[in-house]
Write a protein that binds this ligand. Structure first.
Ligand SMILES: [Zn+2]
Length: 92
């Protein structure tokens, strides 16, 4: 399986994927979200960064929380779901 990276297009919705660190992923999982865009195999791997689709996984990334989880865009900039959610097709 080819590992996706930030800037690759989501296979589901064609939105640009972003990357979260393994640490952020573990913090995210505390909330037991349904994660749509990271294959289980990748979730269980030891990969230090995981590509995630911010549109498919807006809830996992904390769109309904006051402060979302930080992630990196394809330019390597640290951002979060609230800063980019106005670019989604289905605005919240
Ligand atoms: Zn997507």
């Amino acid at each position: 399986m080819k590992r996706l990276k930030a800037g690759n297009l989501c296979p589901e919705c064609n939105f640009e994927m972003v990357e979260i660190s393994r640490e952020t992923f573990q913090n995210m999982k505390v909330f037991k979200p349904k994660i749509n865009s990271i294959p289980q195999k990748i979730q269980n791997s030891k990969s230090g960064v995981l590509a995630i689709c911010p549109q498919c996984d807006a809830y996992a990334l904390g769109i309904d929380m006051e402060k979302g989880f930080s992630f990196f865009d394809k330019g390597g900039n640290l951002t979060d779901i609230h800063k980019i959610s106005d670019t989604f097709w289905n605005k919240q």
